[in-house]
Design a binder for this molecule. Structure first.
Ligand SMILES: Cc1cc2nc3c(=O)[nH]c(=O)nc-3n(C[C@H](O)[C@H](O)[C@H](O)COP(=O)(O)OP(=O)(O)OC[C@H]3O[C@@H](n4cnc5c(N)ncnc54)[C@H](O)[C@@H]3O)c2cc1C
Length: 401
């Protein structure tokens, strides 16, 4: 079967899980969360847990932004290696950022359990392998930096990767114990449904158009003309944030993903692994909970949607060939392929912070290859700020850093 779809696999797999009304009347709340992707759903979960009267709006159907396109590898490993990040921002902040992402994976597991999730959260090890011989020295440095910071890591040789996982054409790599995967689209729907039972109000097809800040609150007007009076606004608007903020803080790219047929043979050796490599752009892969291989990569440094979509067939073929090169004994039977926008920052870190041009508001923007773990870190940061407390990572994730 060679069924291709311009729609991400998760949308087809899950269908329309829930629908919410659009906002037609004026309302009031303590916290307005703008954006109903995985970030907005997690932030709303935290706000409800902290006892705030919370409203979430999305201009699309909830989950129809990047969260429907994601490959959802949950990694503590940031796109910039720890030893390089330490050189950029200092060891203390770099290690704290890595540790926060590691804790985020445990927290997400606890959330999945709390809400009785069926989104396929699975613990996995993470393999970061050297694509070229010349990358080995850097990876060994990275291994040392991570071990010194207390992460459970080991070096796996080229021949161990070949014998253990059937993975060829590598030069060895770092195997980390910490990692996981989940169906983020399903999880965000579950989070919204769970919190709706606890008082969360959700409106989709409700675009925020204008915000007027007043003493003590903000008057937010949505596309229908209805107004939301909110004490605080939390923007979880993903990559579209770049059009709201004057300065350039994220590079928007185009990225590609393919998923195979259900294929136990192809999945078996790597079903408990997240895999990525040192190539630029890097390739990343994992198995889904229904036994398919999922691969992403082929990033291009533009985000023009027409240009991006026109490359899909070629990119899908290339990703498929990459898999067969790495696993020469296996064939990749592509079932779905799609493309989406992706954002990278200068240091691989997210922007989770207030911004000087937006009063009584916060941004939670989990960019990079582990955007989802960053969003979980954002839950804790926001919770601190709403209580008037300082968070240890706020400088590292601030605008203008
Ligand atoms: C192919 C691909 C692979 C990826 N792989 C991984 C991975 O393996 N691991 C990982 O951690 N991350 C990965 N990412 C990144 C990850 O998907 C994102 O970090 C994450 O989905 C961002 O979620 P979000 O909720 O912040 O943004 P989105 O899901 O885009 O949600 C933002 C929402 O805000 C809404 N919105 C915007 N403006 C307004 C407005 N004015 N009014 C109302 N609503 C508004 C949008 O409609 C949208 O639904 C990948 C991304 C892609 C595209």
């Amino acid at each position: 079967m060679d069924l291709k779809s311009p729609e991400p696999f998760w949308l087809v797999k899950n269908g329309l899980l829930d629908s919410y009304p659009s906002l037609k009347d004026d309302i009031e709340c303590e916290i307005l969360v703008v954006g109903g992707g995985i970030t907005g759903a997690l932030i709303a979960h935290q706000c409800i847990a902290d006892g705030y009267d919370t409203v979430l709006i999305d201009k699309r159907e909830v989950g129809y932004g990047s969260s429907s396109a994601t490959t959802s590898m949950l990694q503590y490993e940031i796109d910039v290696p720890l030893y390089q990040l330490s050189a950029l921002i200092g060891t203390e902040k770099a290690v704290a950022s890595y540790k926060a992402c590691s804790r985020a994976i445990d927290q997400l597991e606890a959330i999945a359990q709390e809400i009785g999730s069926k989104a396929g959260f699975e613990r996995k090890k993470s393999l970061y392998f050297a694509a070229k011989k010349r990358d080995v020295a850097g990876l060994k440095k990275e291994l040392e930096a991570r071990a010194a910071a207390g992460f459970e890591v080991e070096w796996v040789s080229k021949s161990d990767l070949s014998h253990g996982f059937g993975l060829e054409k590598t030069n060895g790599g770092i195997l980390s114990q910490q990692g996981a995967s989940v169906d983020a689209f399903c999880l965000l729907h579950e989070l919204l449904a769970y919190n709706q039972q606890r008082g969360l109000r959700v409106f989709d097809r409700t675009e925020l158009k204008k915000v007027r800040h007043r003493k003590g609150d903000s008057l937010c007007t949505v596309v229908s003309g209805a107004k939301i009076q909110a004490q605080k606004v939390v923007y979880c608007v993903g990559y579209e944030s770049q059009s709201m903020i004057k300065e350039r803080f994220v590079n928007l790219l185009s990225t590609y993903a393919i998923v195979s047929e259900v294929d136990a043979y192809a999945c078996r050796p790597i079903e408990n692994l997240l895999i990525w490599n040192t190539d630029a752009p890097y390739i990343y892969m994992r198995c889904t909970d229904d036994g398919r291989v999922l691969i992403g990569g082929g990033d291009e440094k533009f985000r023009n949607p027409q240009k991006r979509d026109a490359l899909l067939t070629r990119k899908a073929r290339k990703l498929c060939r990459s898999f067969e090169r790495l696993f020469p004994k296996r064939t990749f039977y592509t079932d779905f392929s799609w493309t989406g926008t992706f954002g990278e920052t200068k240091d691989g870190l997210p922007y989770i912070a207030p911004h000087k041009d937006f009063k009584e508001a916060y941004f939670v923007l989990g960019f990079g290859g582990n955007g989802i773990t960053f969003s979980v870190v954002g839950m804790e940061m926001l919770s601190f700020w709403l209580k008037g407390e300082i968070h240890p990572l706020q400088e590292a994730f601030a605008f203008g850093r």
